[in-house]
Write a protein of this length. Structure first.
Length: 304
């Protein structure tokens, strides 16, 4: 009943609002998924750059630093970690994290049997390494995981023993440098084989970074859509008033004047649209009414 009492303009705006709300809801649901994927892709791109950079650091350390210091590993009482590619990559990454764009990223060479227990896998990382070992064709894994500190998004790549120089420290304790045994002992980090996947390079970032980026993009797009909708509503309302509401109000006023006896009132409408056709029909009705009234007047005169 309330809807029937509403004016045409209010009904039209109400219908527009309902359609827009439904469309906006559906669009937000679809777009959020797209924006989340884009955010993941952007972070994955940065993660791949980090991994490639760390691999370059590893290669440089193995080719240039380790040969310079390998003799010292036998004479120094403490092990020189600077000769280890994993140590160099981890330390370089800590410096990279000082850059604003990478501050929220974390890097770990999660290893099944590491020399330095700092690099030992947790239960989740162990599953990743085992999957890489069981599926050699798999070159990257990514997704979300929950930690006590919150949810994170991770990207992991397999790490393979691809150089014989790695086996000096990781084959058997008797081949390892004395300083390594002195520092880390002989219980961890041995038994590696050439070509074996022993670790995963894991780059992670708080999940909120991905979600916040998607939400910020969605808010921007929704703001643009709201602005466009507002402009459309204003334009449609202007056209509605000019082309429909005002002509109809004029027809109503003219019809009321004629009903009160003013047969000289005109249904003026220049356009040839539906309102113009209605005005033309009213004019014909008025002409017919005038003719009928004139016949009535003649009849009355004759009767007198």
């Amino acid at each position: 009943m309330l809807i029937k009492n509403l004016k045409l303009e209010s009904k039209f705006n109400g219908l527009l609002a309902i359609v827009f709300i439904i469309a906006l809801t559906l669009a937000s649901l679809l777009l959020y998924g797209v924006f989340e994927q884009n955010a993941e892709a952007e972070i994955t791109g940065k993660a791949k750059l980090i991994v490639e950079t760390m691999n370059s650091v590893r290669d440089y350390t193995d080719s240039n630093i380790e040969p310079l210091l390998k003799d010292s590993l036998e004479t120094e009482p403490a092990f020189l970690p600077e000769t280890v590619p994993a140590f160099a990559a981890t330390e370089i990454f800590q410096k990279l994290r000082k850059n604003e764009g990478y501050r929220s990223f974390f890097y770990k060479e999660a290893t099944l049997n590491p020399t330095n227990l700092r690099d030992k896998v947790d239960e989740f990382e162990k599953i990743l390494v085992e999957q890489f070992r069981n599926e050699p064709a798999t070159k990257r894994l990514s997704g979300f995981r929950d930690l006590p500190g919150g949810r994170i998004f991770y990207i992991a790549r397999p790490l393979t023993v691809n150089k014989n120089s790695c086996l000096r420290c990781h084959s058997t304790p008797d081949r390892a440098p004395k300083s390594q045994i002195n520092t880390y002992g002989s219980e961890h980090g041995f038994g590696w084989n050439l070509g074996e996947i022993v670790a995963a390079q894991v780059v992670s970032v708080p999940a909120e970074n991905v979600l916040n980026k998607a939400q910020d993009t969605l808010k921007t797009v929704m703001g643009v859509l709201l602005s466009v909708f507002g402009a459309i509503v204003l334009a449609i309302n202007y056209l509605l008033r000019r082309a429909v509401i005002r002509p109809i109000r004029h027809l109503v006023r003219t019809a009321e004047a004629i009903s009160l006896g003013d047969l000289d009132a005109e249904f003026e409408h220049q356009n040839k649209d539906e309102i113009g056709l209605l005005a033309t029909a009213f004019d014909r009705m008025k002409s017919s009414l005038k003719i009928s009234m004139s016949f009535l007047d003649i009849g009355e005169d004759r009767s007198i």
